[in-house]
Design a protein around this ligand. Structure first.
Ligand code: ADP
Ligand code: MG
Length: 620
Protein backbone atom coordinates (compact mmCIF):
# COMPACT_ATOMS: atom_id res chain seq x y z
CA UNK A 1 0.00 0.00 0.00
CA UNK A 2 1.26 3.45 -0.82
CA UNK A 3 1.89 5.96 1.95
CA UNK A 4 -0.71 8.63 2.33
CA UNK A 5 0.57 10.93 5.03
CA UNK A 6 1.80 14.36 3.88
CA UNK A 7 3.03 17.41 5.73
CA UNK A 8 0.62 20.31 5.52
CA UNK A 9 1.93 23.24 3.51
CA UNK A 10 2.94 26.16 5.76
CA UNK A 11 0.14 28.48 4.74
CA UNK A 12 -2.45 25.83 5.56
CA UNK A 13 -0.83 25.08 8.91
CA UNK A 14 -0.78 28.80 9.63
CA UNK A 15 -4.43 29.19 8.78
CA UNK A 16 -5.29 26.37 11.13
CA UNK A 17 -3.17 27.87 13.88
CA UNK A 18 -4.85 31.20 13.24
CA UNK A 19 -8.13 29.63 14.23
CA UNK A 20 -6.75 29.28 17.72
CA UNK A 21 -5.04 32.63 18.03
CA UNK A 22 -7.36 34.90 16.11
CA UNK A 23 -11.04 34.63 16.90
CA UNK A 24 -11.99 38.22 16.16
CA UNK A 25 -10.50 41.67 15.62
CA UNK A 26 -9.94 42.02 19.37
CA UNK A 27 -7.54 39.04 19.31
CA UNK A 28 -5.35 40.84 16.76
CA UNK A 29 -5.46 43.99 18.87
CA UNK A 30 -4.30 42.01 21.89
CA UNK A 31 -1.38 40.35 20.07
CA UNK A 32 -0.16 43.56 18.43
CA UNK A 33 -0.42 45.61 21.61
CA UNK A 34 1.41 42.96 23.57
CA UNK A 35 4.18 42.78 21.00
CA UNK A 36 4.56 46.56 21.23
CA UNK A 37 4.78 46.36 25.02
CA UNK A 38 7.35 43.57 24.77
CA UNK A 39 9.32 45.79 22.38
CA UNK A 40 9.67 48.29 25.27
CA UNK A 41 7.63 51.00 23.60
CA UNK A 42 6.73 54.07 25.67
CA UNK A 43 4.14 55.32 23.21
CA UNK A 44 1.60 53.06 21.53
CA UNK A 45 -1.16 54.08 19.12
CA UNK A 46 -4.07 51.85 18.24
CA UNK A 47 -6.07 52.81 15.18
CA UNK A 48 -9.05 50.77 14.04
CA UNK A 49 -11.77 51.10 11.44
CA UNK A 50 -15.16 49.41 11.50
CA UNK A 51 -14.53 47.78 14.85
CA UNK A 52 -11.30 46.36 13.43
CA UNK A 53 -12.96 44.51 10.57
CA UNK A 54 -11.35 46.74 7.92
CA UNK A 55 -8.26 47.99 9.73
CA UNK A 56 -6.29 47.38 12.89
CA UNK A 57 -3.09 49.34 13.15
CA UNK A 58 -0.66 49.48 16.04
CA UNK A 59 2.21 51.96 15.95
CA UNK A 60 4.91 51.79 18.60
CA UNK A 61 8.22 53.51 19.34
CA UNK A 62 9.86 50.32 20.59
CA UNK A 63 13.09 48.58 19.64
CA UNK A 64 12.03 47.69 16.08
CA UNK A 65 13.40 44.81 14.03
CA UNK A 66 16.41 44.18 11.84
CA UNK A 67 15.90 43.36 8.15
CA UNK A 68 16.27 39.65 8.86
CA UNK A 69 13.96 39.68 11.85
CA UNK A 70 11.38 41.67 9.91
CA UNK A 71 11.07 38.74 7.57
CA UNK A 72 11.50 36.01 10.16
CA UNK A 73 8.85 37.28 12.55
CA UNK A 74 6.13 35.96 10.25
CA UNK A 75 7.42 32.40 10.45
CA UNK A 76 5.65 30.08 12.80
CA UNK A 77 7.48 29.51 16.09
CA UNK A 78 9.60 32.55 15.35
CA UNK A 79 10.14 34.32 18.63
CA UNK A 80 12.90 36.34 20.19
CA UNK A 81 11.49 35.72 23.64
CA UNK A 82 12.54 32.21 24.55
CA UNK A 83 15.49 30.18 23.40
CA UNK A 84 15.09 27.04 25.44
CA UNK A 85 12.30 25.28 27.25
CA UNK A 86 13.58 26.43 30.65
CA UNK A 87 13.01 30.04 29.65
CA UNK A 88 9.32 29.33 29.86
CA UNK A 89 9.67 29.31 33.62
CA UNK A 90 11.22 32.73 33.90
CA UNK A 91 9.11 34.67 31.43
CA UNK A 92 8.88 38.41 31.74
CA UNK A 93 7.33 39.01 28.34
CA UNK A 94 3.77 38.64 27.08
CA UNK A 95 4.50 36.63 23.98
CA UNK A 96 6.59 33.52 23.70
CA UNK A 97 4.86 31.21 21.29
CA UNK A 98 5.95 32.96 18.12
CA UNK A 99 2.60 32.19 16.62
CA UNK A 100 0.70 35.44 16.52
CA UNK A 101 2.23 37.18 13.53
CA UNK A 102 2.35 34.01 11.43
CA UNK A 103 -1.33 33.42 12.19
CA UNK A 104 -2.41 36.98 11.51
CA UNK A 105 -0.48 37.13 8.24
CA UNK A 106 -2.23 33.94 7.11
CA UNK A 107 -5.70 35.46 7.26
CA UNK A 108 -5.32 39.15 6.46
CA UNK A 109 -3.47 41.77 4.44
CA UNK A 110 -0.57 42.91 6.59
CA UNK A 111 1.72 45.86 6.07
CA UNK A 112 4.65 46.26 8.43
CA UNK A 113 7.14 49.09 8.82
CA UNK A 114 9.97 48.73 11.29
CA UNK A 115 13.26 50.36 12.15
CA UNK A 116 15.77 49.85 14.91
CA UNK A 117 17.06 52.93 16.70
CA UNK A 118 20.70 52.57 15.65
CA UNK A 119 19.90 51.94 11.95
CA UNK A 120 19.61 54.62 9.27
CA UNK A 121 16.92 52.84 7.31
CA UNK A 122 14.12 50.48 8.08
CA UNK A 123 12.07 47.78 6.36
CA UNK A 124 8.69 48.13 4.68
CA UNK A 125 7.08 44.77 4.09
CA UNK A 126 3.75 43.56 2.71
CA UNK A 127 2.43 40.04 3.27
CA UNK A 128 -1.00 38.74 2.29
CA UNK A 129 -2.38 35.33 3.16
CA UNK A 130 1.12 34.15 4.19
CA UNK A 131 2.61 35.27 0.84
CA UNK A 132 5.28 37.95 0.80
CA UNK A 133 4.17 40.59 -1.71
CA UNK A 134 6.93 43.13 -1.35
CA UNK A 135 9.86 44.11 0.82
CA UNK A 136 11.60 47.46 0.53
CA UNK A 137 14.10 49.58 2.36
CA UNK A 138 12.45 52.75 3.65
CA UNK A 139 13.05 55.89 5.66
CA UNK A 140 11.11 55.35 8.87
CA UNK A 141 10.88 56.56 12.45
CA UNK A 142 12.17 54.30 15.22
CA UNK A 143 9.79 51.52 16.16
CA UNK A 144 7.25 49.33 14.43
CA UNK A 145 3.91 49.84 12.74
CA UNK A 146 1.63 46.92 11.92
CA UNK A 147 -1.44 47.48 9.76
CA UNK A 148 -3.78 44.50 9.53
CA UNK A 149 -6.46 44.95 6.89
CA UNK A 150 -9.47 42.89 5.85
CA UNK A 151 -9.32 40.28 8.55
CA UNK A 152 -10.49 36.81 7.42
CA UNK A 153 -10.67 38.01 3.79
CA UNK A 154 -9.73 34.49 2.69
CA UNK A 155 -11.96 32.63 5.15
CA UNK A 156 -15.49 33.87 4.42
CA UNK A 157 -17.00 31.54 7.00
CA UNK A 158 -14.99 33.17 9.78
CA UNK A 159 -15.70 36.63 8.48
CA UNK A 160 -19.43 35.96 8.43
CA UNK A 161 -19.18 34.65 11.93
CA UNK A 162 -18.11 38.06 13.23
CA UNK A 163 -20.70 39.90 15.30
CA UNK A 164 -22.04 43.39 14.73
CA UNK A 165 -19.61 46.31 14.88
CA UNK A 166 -20.95 47.26 18.30
CA UNK A 167 -20.12 43.87 19.76
CA UNK A 168 -16.73 43.57 18.08
CA UNK A 169 -15.86 47.10 19.13
CA UNK A 170 -16.66 46.24 22.73
CA UNK A 171 -14.26 43.31 22.61
CA UNK A 172 -11.56 45.58 21.19
CA UNK A 173 -12.12 48.08 23.99
CA UNK A 174 -11.88 45.27 26.55
CA UNK A 175 -8.50 44.16 25.23
CA UNK A 176 -7.26 47.72 24.94
CA UNK A 177 -8.26 48.48 28.52
CA UNK A 178 -6.59 45.36 29.87
CA UNK A 179 -3.26 46.20 28.27
CA UNK A 180 -3.56 49.90 29.10
CA UNK A 181 -4.36 49.20 32.76
CA UNK A 182 -1.42 46.86 33.12
CA UNK A 183 0.99 49.46 31.74
CA UNK A 184 0.27 52.92 33.08
CA UNK A 185 3.85 53.94 32.29
CA UNK A 186 3.10 53.72 28.57
CA UNK A 187 1.26 56.46 26.70
CA UNK A 188 -1.67 54.92 24.80
CA UNK A 189 -3.95 56.51 22.25
CA UNK A 190 -6.87 54.81 20.58
CA UNK A 191 -8.74 55.97 17.48
CA UNK A 192 -11.88 54.41 16.08
CA UNK A 193 -13.13 55.51 12.64
CA UNK A 194 -11.08 58.68 12.89
CA UNK A 195 -12.16 59.81 16.36
CA UNK A 196 -9.97 59.69 19.41
CA UNK A 197 -11.58 57.36 21.95
CA UNK A 198 -8.84 57.24 24.56
CA UNK A 199 -5.74 59.29 25.19
CA UNK A 200 -3.97 57.98 28.25
CA UNK A 201 -0.80 59.83 29.21
CA UNK A 202 1.97 58.14 31.20
CA UNK A 203 0.79 58.01 34.80
CA UNK A 204 0.48 55.84 37.87
CA UNK A 205 -2.02 52.98 38.37
CA UNK A 206 -4.62 55.06 40.08
CA UNK A 207 -4.55 57.82 37.48
CA UNK A 208 -4.73 55.23 34.73
CA UNK A 209 -7.81 53.62 36.24
CA UNK A 210 -9.46 57.00 36.58
CA UNK A 211 -8.48 58.01 33.03
CA UNK A 212 -10.17 54.90 31.67
CA UNK A 213 -13.22 54.71 33.91
CA UNK A 214 -14.32 58.34 34.31
CA UNK A 215 -13.38 60.92 36.94
CA UNK A 216 -15.88 59.67 39.48
CA UNK A 217 -13.94 56.45 39.92
CA UNK A 218 -11.35 58.16 42.10
CA UNK A 219 -13.49 58.59 45.18
CA UNK A 220 -14.70 55.01 44.93
CA UNK A 221 -11.30 53.39 45.32
CA UNK A 222 -9.59 52.01 48.37
CA UNK A 223 -5.92 51.06 47.99
CA UNK A 224 -4.81 47.50 48.70
CA UNK A 225 -1.23 46.63 49.48
CA UNK A 226 0.40 43.48 50.77
CA UNK A 227 3.84 42.02 50.53
CA UNK A 228 4.66 38.41 51.34
CA UNK A 229 7.24 35.97 50.11
CA UNK A 230 4.71 34.31 47.90
CA UNK A 231 3.10 37.33 46.34
CA UNK A 232 3.11 41.09 46.27
CA UNK A 233 -0.33 42.63 45.90
CA UNK A 234 -1.00 46.18 44.86
CA UNK A 235 -4.06 47.87 43.54
CA UNK A 236 -7.49 49.14 44.35
CA UNK A 237 -10.91 47.87 45.25
CA UNK A 238 -14.13 49.84 45.35
CA UNK A 239 -15.93 50.84 48.50
CA UNK A 240 -18.97 48.61 48.96
CA UNK A 241 -21.45 51.42 48.46
CA UNK A 242 -20.15 51.88 44.94
CA UNK A 243 -20.60 48.25 44.01
CA UNK A 244 -22.12 47.77 40.60
CA UNK A 245 -24.65 45.49 39.05
CA UNK A 246 -22.22 44.06 36.56
CA UNK A 247 -18.75 42.61 36.53
CA UNK A 248 -17.39 45.08 33.98
CA UNK A 249 -14.74 46.59 36.26
CA UNK A 250 -12.97 43.59 37.69
CA UNK A 251 -9.36 43.08 36.74
CA UNK A 252 -6.58 40.81 37.90
CA UNK A 253 -3.11 41.25 36.54
CA UNK A 254 -0.44 38.74 37.34
CA UNK A 255 3.06 39.92 36.50
CA UNK A 256 1.52 42.69 34.37
CA UNK A 257 -0.57 40.26 32.38
CA UNK A 258 -4.37 40.37 32.48
CA UNK A 259 -5.78 37.08 33.72
CA UNK A 260 -9.14 35.59 34.55
CA UNK A 261 -9.52 33.59 37.71
CA UNK A 262 -12.78 32.45 39.21
CA UNK A 263 -10.86 31.31 42.26
CA UNK A 264 -9.26 34.68 42.99
CA UNK A 265 -12.55 36.42 42.25
CA UNK A 266 -14.05 34.28 44.95
CA UNK A 267 -11.35 35.41 47.35
CA UNK A 268 -12.23 39.04 46.67
CA UNK A 269 -15.93 38.38 47.13
CA UNK A 270 -15.18 36.60 50.39
CA UNK A 271 -13.45 39.74 51.64
CA UNK A 272 -16.65 41.67 50.99
CA UNK A 273 -18.74 39.06 52.72
CA UNK A 274 -21.65 40.64 54.54
CA UNK A 275 -21.10 44.18 53.35
CA UNK A 276 -22.45 43.97 49.82
CA UNK A 277 -26.04 43.98 48.71
CA UNK A 278 -27.24 40.79 47.06
CA UNK A 279 -25.82 40.40 43.60
CA UNK A 280 -23.76 43.59 43.85
CA UNK A 281 -20.32 43.46 42.30
CA UNK A 282 -17.35 45.42 43.64
CA UNK A 283 -14.90 46.92 41.18
CA UNK A 284 -11.33 45.77 41.60
CA UNK A 285 -8.02 46.40 39.91
CA UNK A 286 -5.47 44.10 41.48
CA UNK A 287 -1.88 43.67 40.44
CA UNK A 288 -0.21 40.53 41.73
CA UNK A 289 3.50 39.95 41.35
CA UNK A 290 4.69 36.41 41.83
CA UNK A 291 8.02 34.76 41.01
CA UNK A 292 7.62 33.64 37.35
CA UNK A 293 8.59 30.04 38.17
CA UNK A 294 5.59 29.67 40.52
CA UNK A 295 3.02 30.06 37.75
CA UNK A 296 2.14 28.24 34.58
CA UNK A 297 0.68 30.55 31.98
CA UNK A 298 0.89 27.98 29.30
CA UNK A 299 -2.33 26.14 30.00
CA UNK A 300 -4.59 28.21 27.76
CA UNK A 301 -3.92 29.24 24.16
CA UNK A 302 -5.08 32.80 24.61
CA UNK A 303 -3.27 32.93 27.91
CA UNK A 304 -5.89 34.59 30.08
CA UNK A 305 -5.94 31.65 32.44
CA UNK A 306 -3.11 30.79 34.70
CA UNK A 307 -2.12 28.14 37.21
CA UNK A 308 -0.54 29.04 40.52
CA UNK A 309 1.64 26.71 42.56
CA UNK A 310 0.05 27.61 45.86
CA UNK A 311 -3.45 28.72 45.08
CA UNK A 312 -4.80 28.28 48.57
CA UNK A 313 -2.24 30.48 50.22
CA UNK A 314 -2.78 33.10 47.53
CA UNK A 315 -6.51 33.00 48.21
CA UNK A 316 -6.02 33.57 51.91
CA UNK A 317 -3.49 36.38 51.46
CA UNK A 318 -5.64 38.19 48.90
CA UNK A 319 -8.77 37.92 51.00
CA UNK A 320 -7.02 39.15 54.13
CA UNK A 321 -5.35 42.05 52.31
CA UNK A 322 -8.65 43.32 50.93
CA UNK A 323 -10.45 42.85 54.22
CA UNK A 324 -7.74 44.79 55.92
CA UNK A 325 -8.00 47.66 53.43
CA UNK A 326 -11.77 47.83 53.67
CA UNK A 327 -11.44 47.87 57.45
CA UNK A 328 -8.72 50.50 57.48
CA UNK A 329 -10.75 52.82 55.38
CA UNK A 330 -13.65 52.29 57.69
CA UNK A 331 -15.86 50.69 55.17
CA UNK A 332 -16.26 47.37 56.91
CA UNK A 333 -17.38 46.80 60.47
CA UNK A 334 -14.28 46.42 62.63
CA UNK A 335 -14.07 43.89 65.40
CA UNK A 336 -14.42 45.63 68.73
CA UNK A 337 -12.99 43.61 71.59
CA UNK A 338 -13.94 46.17 74.25
CA UNK A 339 -17.59 45.87 73.39
CA UNK A 340 -19.96 45.71 76.37
CA UNK A 341 -21.79 42.43 75.98
CA UNK A 342 -24.68 43.55 78.16
CA UNK A 343 -25.65 45.99 75.44
CA UNK A 344 -26.01 43.22 72.90
CA UNK A 345 -29.37 42.40 71.43
CA UNK A 346 -30.82 39.36 73.16
CA UNK A 347 -30.73 36.32 70.92
CA UNK A 348 -34.40 35.82 70.41
CA UNK A 349 -34.80 39.35 69.11
CA UNK A 350 -33.06 38.57 65.94
CA UNK A 351 -35.65 35.95 65.13
CA UNK A 352 -38.51 38.36 65.45
CA UNK A 353 -39.76 39.82 62.24
CA UNK A 354 -39.54 43.55 62.01
CA UNK A 355 -42.88 45.20 61.51
CA UNK A 356 -42.68 47.83 58.84
CA UNK A 357 -45.00 50.71 59.59
CA UNK A 358 -47.37 51.35 56.77
CA UNK A 359 -49.55 54.26 55.90
CA UNK A 360 -52.79 53.51 54.16
CA UNK A 361 -53.75 56.27 51.81
CA UNK A 362 -56.62 56.39 49.40
CA UNK A 363 -54.70 57.37 46.35
CA UNK A 364 -57.82 57.97 44.36
CA UNK A 365 -59.08 60.56 46.76
CA UNK A 366 -59.17 63.99 45.23
CA UNK A 367 -60.78 66.66 47.38
CA UNK A 368 -61.48 68.82 44.35
CA UNK A 369 -63.12 66.25 42.19
CA UNK A 370 -66.84 65.79 42.14
CA UNK A 371 -66.62 62.20 41.17
CA UNK A 372 -63.52 60.14 41.59
CA UNK A 373 -61.71 59.79 38.30
CA UNK A 374 -60.10 56.56 37.26
CA UNK A 375 -56.44 57.12 36.93
CA UNK A 376 -54.59 56.56 33.74
CA UNK A 377 -50.86 56.18 33.82
CA UNK A 378 -50.35 55.36 30.26
CA UNK A 379 -49.79 58.95 29.33
CA UNK A 380 -52.07 61.35 27.61
CA UNK A 381 -49.64 62.62 25.06
CA UNK A 382 -47.88 65.24 27.10
CA UNK A 383 -44.24 64.46 27.55
CA UNK A 384 -43.97 66.21 30.85
CA UNK A 385 -46.86 65.04 32.88
CA UNK A 386 -46.16 65.69 36.50
CA UNK A 387 -46.35 62.52 38.44
CA UNK A 388 -49.61 61.78 40.06
CA UNK A 389 -48.15 59.29 42.42
CA UNK A 390 -49.53 60.19 45.76
CA UNK A 391 -48.55 57.46 48.12
CA UNK A 392 -45.73 55.09 48.67
CA UNK A 393 -47.59 51.92 47.94
CA UNK A 394 -48.78 53.19 44.69
CA UNK A 395 -45.28 53.89 43.57
CA UNK A 396 -44.92 50.16 43.42
CA UNK A 397 -47.97 49.54 41.40
CA UNK A 398 -48.53 52.48 39.18
CA UNK A 399 -50.08 51.36 36.02
CA UNK A 400 -51.99 48.56 37.63
CA UNK A 401 -55.63 48.99 36.94
CA UNK A 402 -57.42 49.80 40.12
CA UNK A 403 -60.72 48.22 39.28
CA UNK A 404 -61.09 44.58 40.02
CA UNK A 405 -63.54 44.20 37.15
CA UNK A 406 -60.78 44.59 34.61
CA UNK A 407 -59.69 40.98 34.77
CA UNK A 408 -58.79 40.04 31.30
CA UNK A 409 -61.36 37.88 29.69
CA UNK A 410 -58.66 35.43 28.79
CA UNK A 411 -57.95 34.48 32.37
CA UNK A 412 -60.33 32.09 33.99
CA UNK A 413 -60.35 33.65 37.38
CA UNK A 414 -63.12 35.19 39.26
CA UNK A 415 -62.52 36.04 42.83
CA UNK A 416 -64.72 34.82 45.56
CA UNK A 417 -66.84 37.68 46.64
CA UNK A 418 -69.34 36.09 48.94
CA UNK A 419 -70.52 37.58 52.13
CA UNK A 420 -68.97 36.16 55.20
CA UNK A 421 -71.93 34.31 56.61
CA UNK A 422 -70.63 33.08 59.90
CA UNK A 423 -67.60 34.39 61.58
CA UNK A 424 -65.30 32.04 63.34
CA UNK A 425 -64.71 34.55 66.06
CA UNK A 426 -67.87 36.40 66.58
CA UNK A 427 -66.63 39.73 67.75
CA UNK A 428 -69.25 42.15 68.63
CA UNK A 429 -69.07 45.50 66.91
CA UNK A 430 -66.09 44.36 64.93
CA UNK A 431 -66.20 45.43 61.31
CA UNK A 432 -66.51 42.36 59.16
CA UNK A 433 -63.32 42.59 57.13
CA UNK A 434 -62.84 40.28 54.20
CA UNK A 435 -59.24 39.45 53.56
CA UNK A 436 -59.04 38.51 49.94
CA UNK A 437 -55.30 38.25 49.82
CA UNK A 438 -52.67 37.08 52.25
CA UNK A 439 -48.97 37.46 51.95
CA UNK A 440 -46.93 34.53 53.16
CA UNK A 441 -43.23 34.55 53.86
CA UNK A 442 -42.97 37.94 52.16
CA UNK A 443 -42.85 35.96 48.98
CA UNK A 444 -46.22 34.65 47.90
CA UNK A 445 -49.68 36.11 47.84
CA UNK A 446 -52.50 33.68 48.45
CA UNK A 447 -56.02 34.45 47.40
CA UNK A 448 -59.25 32.45 47.22
CA UNK A 449 -60.77 31.90 43.81
CA UNK A 450 -63.94 30.08 42.77
CA UNK A 451 -62.26 26.77 42.20
CA UNK A 452 -59.94 26.93 45.19
CA UNK A 453 -57.00 29.23 45.64
CA UNK A 454 -54.28 30.90 43.72
CA UNK A 455 -50.73 31.40 44.94
CA UNK A 456 -48.89 34.24 43.25
CA UNK A 457 -45.13 34.75 43.29
CA UNK A 458 -44.95 38.46 44.10
CA UNK A 459 -41.66 39.22 42.43
CA UNK A 460 -42.37 37.45 39.17
CA UNK A 461 -45.90 38.77 39.03
CA UNK A 462 -44.74 42.31 39.41
CA UNK A 463 -42.07 41.80 36.76
CA UNK A 464 -44.79 40.72 34.35
CA UNK A 465 -46.98 43.70 35.17
CA UNK A 466 -44.17 46.21 34.78
CA UNK A 467 -42.85 44.55 31.67
CA UNK A 468 -46.13 44.77 29.80
CA UNK A 469 -46.62 48.28 30.99
CA UNK A 470 -43.21 49.39 29.72
CA UNK A 471 -43.75 47.68 26.40
CA UNK A 472 -47.07 49.42 25.91
CA UNK A 473 -45.55 52.74 26.82
CA UNK A 474 -42.71 52.27 24.43
CA UNK A 475 -44.53 50.89 21.46
CA UNK A 476 -48.05 52.22 21.60
CA UNK A 477 -48.31 55.27 23.75
CA UNK A 478 -45.99 58.10 24.23
CA UNK A 479 -44.63 57.48 27.69
CA UNK A 480 -45.15 60.10 30.31
CA UNK A 481 -42.27 61.61 32.17
CA UNK A 482 -41.98 63.12 35.56
CA UNK A 483 -39.87 66.21 35.38
CA UNK A 484 -37.15 66.42 37.98
CA UNK A 485 -36.76 69.57 40.01
CA UNK A 486 -33.02 69.13 40.00
CA UNK A 487 -31.63 67.34 36.98
CA UNK A 488 -29.57 64.24 37.78
CA UNK A 489 -25.93 64.04 36.73
CA UNK A 490 -25.01 60.42 36.22
CA UNK A 491 -21.43 59.43 35.51
CA UNK A 492 -20.52 56.46 33.37
CA UNK A 493 -17.42 54.97 31.84
CA UNK A 494 -16.72 55.59 28.17
CA UNK A 495 -18.06 52.19 27.17
CA UNK A 496 -21.20 52.68 29.13
CA UNK A 497 -21.67 56.13 27.61
CA UNK A 498 -21.48 54.56 24.18
CA UNK A 499 -24.17 52.06 25.05
CA UNK A 500 -26.37 54.80 26.45
CA UNK A 501 -25.95 56.83 23.29
CA UNK A 502 -27.03 53.81 21.27
CA UNK A 503 -30.08 53.33 23.43
CA UNK A 504 -31.01 56.93 23.91
CA UNK A 505 -34.00 56.85 21.60
CA UNK A 506 -35.51 53.76 23.16
CA UNK A 507 -34.87 55.12 26.64
CA UNK A 508 -36.63 58.35 25.72
CA UNK A 509 -39.61 56.25 24.71
CA UNK A 510 -39.83 54.91 28.23
CA UNK A 511 -39.97 58.45 29.64
CA UNK A 512 -36.32 59.39 30.19
CA UNK A 513 -35.47 62.95 29.18
CA UNK A 514 -31.81 63.56 28.47
CA UNK A 515 -30.92 67.18 28.83
CA UNK A 516 -27.28 66.73 27.95
CA UNK A 517 -25.01 63.92 26.92
CA UNK A 518 -21.38 64.62 27.69
CA UNK A 519 -18.23 62.53 27.33
CA UNK A 520 -18.48 60.97 30.76
CA UNK A 521 -21.91 61.82 32.06
CA UNK A 522 -25.52 62.42 31.18
CA UNK A 523 -27.83 65.01 32.61
CA UNK A 524 -31.30 63.59 33.07
CA UNK A 525 -34.15 66.01 33.58
CA UNK A 526 -37.10 63.65 33.26
CA UNK A 527 -37.69 60.04 34.26
CA UNK A 528 -40.44 57.51 33.62
CA UNK A 529 -43.40 57.89 35.98
CA UNK A 530 -42.96 54.49 37.51
CA UNK A 531 -39.41 55.08 38.71
CA UNK A 532 -38.32 57.07 41.69
CA UNK A 533 -35.34 59.34 41.45
CA UNK A 534 -33.21 57.14 43.65
CA UNK A 535 -33.84 54.14 41.42
CA UNK A 536 -32.61 55.76 38.24
CA UNK A 537 -28.96 54.84 38.46
CA UNK A 538 -29.82 51.32 39.56
CA UNK A 539 -32.12 50.88 36.59
CA UNK A 540 -29.56 52.18 34.12
CA UNK A 541 -26.77 50.09 35.60
CA UNK A 542 -28.85 46.97 35.42
CA UNK A 543 -29.67 47.79 31.84
CA UNK A 544 -26.05 48.29 30.90
CA UNK A 545 -25.15 45.06 32.56
CA UNK A 546 -27.91 43.24 30.68
CA UNK A 547 -26.46 44.60 27.45
CA UNK A 548 -22.92 43.34 28.01
CA UNK A 549 -23.22 41.04 25.06
CA UNK A 550 -24.36 43.73 22.72
CA UNK A 551 -27.38 45.74 21.86
CA UNK A 552 -30.03 43.94 19.87
CA UNK A 553 -30.16 45.24 16.33
CA UNK A 554 -33.89 45.63 15.81
CA UNK A 555 -35.71 48.33 17.68
CA UNK A 556 -38.35 45.80 18.66
CA UNK A 557 -35.91 43.64 20.53
CA UNK A 558 -34.23 46.72 21.93
CA UNK A 559 -37.52 47.73 23.48
CA UNK A 560 -38.02 44.23 24.72
CA UNK A 561 -34.60 44.12 26.37
CA UNK A 562 -35.13 47.49 28.02
CA UNK A 563 -38.59 46.58 29.25
CA UNK A 564 -37.31 43.30 30.68
CA UNK A 565 -34.35 44.89 32.36
CA UNK A 566 -36.36 47.71 33.89
CA UNK A 567 -39.02 45.30 35.06
CA UNK A 568 -36.31 43.23 36.70
CA UNK A 569 -34.82 46.21 38.55
CA UNK A 570 -38.06 47.77 39.61
CA UNK A 571 -40.17 44.78 40.54
CA UNK A 572 -40.91 44.33 44.21
CA UNK A 573 -38.54 41.67 45.48
CA UNK A 574 -39.06 38.50 47.43
CA UNK A 575 -38.66 39.53 51.04
CA UNK A 576 -40.63 42.75 50.75
CA UNK A 577 -43.64 43.20 52.92
CA UNK A 578 -46.74 44.23 50.97
CA UNK A 579 -49.78 45.92 52.41
CA UNK A 580 -53.13 44.38 51.68
CA UNK A 581 -53.88 47.03 49.13
CA UNK A 582 -50.57 46.40 47.40
CA UNK A 583 -51.23 42.68 47.35
CA UNK A 584 -54.62 43.18 45.80
CA UNK A 585 -53.37 45.59 43.20
CA UNK A 586 -50.62 43.23 42.27
CA UNK A 587 -52.90 40.24 41.86
CA UNK A 588 -55.39 42.29 39.90
CA UNK A 589 -52.67 43.78 37.77
CA UNK A 590 -51.25 40.38 37.00
CA UNK A 591 -54.52 38.98 35.76
CA UNK A 592 -55.10 42.05 33.65
CA UNK A 593 -51.90 41.22 31.76
CA UNK A 594 -51.85 39.76 28.31
CA UNK A 595 -49.73 36.85 29.44
CA UNK A 596 -50.30 36.52 33.16
CA UNK A 597 -48.98 32.96 33.39
CA UNK A 598 -45.29 33.64 33.07
CA UNK A 599 -42.78 36.30 34.06
CA UNK A 600 -40.94 38.14 31.26
CA UNK A 601 -38.24 35.52 31.83
CA UNK A 602 -40.66 32.68 31.20
CA UNK A 603 -40.95 31.53 34.80
CA UNK A 604 -44.40 30.67 36.20
CA UNK A 605 -46.00 33.59 38.04
CA UNK A 606 -48.69 31.68 39.91
CA UNK A 607 -50.09 28.25 40.69
CA UNK A 608 -53.59 27.23 41.63
CA UNK A 609 -54.91 24.65 44.05
CA UNK A 610 -58.39 23.27 43.62
CA UNK A 611 -60.62 22.70 46.61
CA UNK A 612 -60.74 19.01 45.72
CA UNK A 613 -56.96 18.84 46.01
CA UNK A 614 -57.17 20.35 49.44
CA UNK A 615 -60.04 18.03 50.37
CA UNK A 616 -57.91 15.09 49.37
CA UNK A 617 -55.17 16.14 51.72
CA UNK A 618 -57.62 16.21 54.59
CA UNK A 619 -59.13 12.87 53.65
CA UNK A 620 -56.01 11.01 54.74
P1 ADP B 1 5.84 36.17 20.22
O1 ADP B 1 5.34 37.51 20.65
O2 ADP B 1 5.14 35.05 20.87
O3 ADP B 1 7.32 36.06 20.27
P2 ADP B 1 4.88 36.98 17.66
O4 ADP B 1 4.44 36.23 16.47
O5 ADP B 1 3.86 37.85 18.30
O6 ADP B 1 5.46 35.97 18.71
O7 ADP B 1 6.12 37.87 17.28
C1 ADP B 1 7.26 37.25 16.75
C2 ADP B 1 8.51 38.08 17.02
O8 ADP B 1 8.46 39.27 16.27
C3 ADP B 1 8.64 38.54 18.45
O9 ADP B 1 9.25 37.56 19.26
C4 ADP B 1 9.51 39.79 18.30
O10 ADP B 1 10.85 39.45 18.24
C5 ADP B 1 9.10 40.32 16.94
N1 ADP B 1 8.14 41.43 17.06
C6 ADP B 1 6.80 41.35 16.93
N2 ADP B 1 6.21 42.56 17.09
C7 ADP B 1 7.21 43.43 17.33
C8 ADP B 1 7.25 44.84 17.60
N3 ADP B 1 6.13 45.58 17.64
N4 ADP B 1 8.47 45.42 17.79
C9 ADP B 1 9.59 44.66 17.75
N5 ADP B 1 9.61 43.34 17.51
C10 ADP B 1 8.45 42.72 17.30
MG1 MG C 1 3.45 38.20 20.38
Amino acid sequence: MSSIIQLLPDHVANQIAAGEVVQRPASVVKELLENAVDAKATDIKLIIKDAGKSLIQVIDNGVGMSVTDARLCFERHATSKIRQAEDLFSLHTKGFRGEALASIAAIAHVEMKTKQDQEELGTHLIIEGSKFVSQEVAVLPKGTSFAVKNLFYNIPARRNFLKSDIVEYRHVIDEFQRVALAHPNIHFTFYHNGSEMFNLPQSNFRQRIVAIFSGKTNEKLVPVQEETELVEIQGFVSKPEFAKKNRGEQFFFVNDRYIKSGYLHHAVMAAYDGILKDGAQPSYFLFLSVPPHTIDINIHPTKTEIKFDDEQALYAILRAAIKHSLGQFNVAPILDFDRDATLDTPYHYKDLEGVIPTVQVDANFNPFAETQPTKSYSGSGSNYKKTEIASSWEGLYVGLKQETETFSASSNFSFENEEVTSSLFDLEDAEPTIHRTYQIHKKYIVSPIKSGMVIVDQQRAHQRVLYEQFLVNMTVHQASSQQLLFPLNLYFSKNEMELIAELQLSLMNTGFVFEETQKDHVVISGIPVNITESEVSLVLEQLLSDLQDGIPESSFSQNDTIAKSMAKSLAVKTGSYLTEKEQENLVNGLFACKEPNVSPFQKPTFITMRVEDIDKKFAL
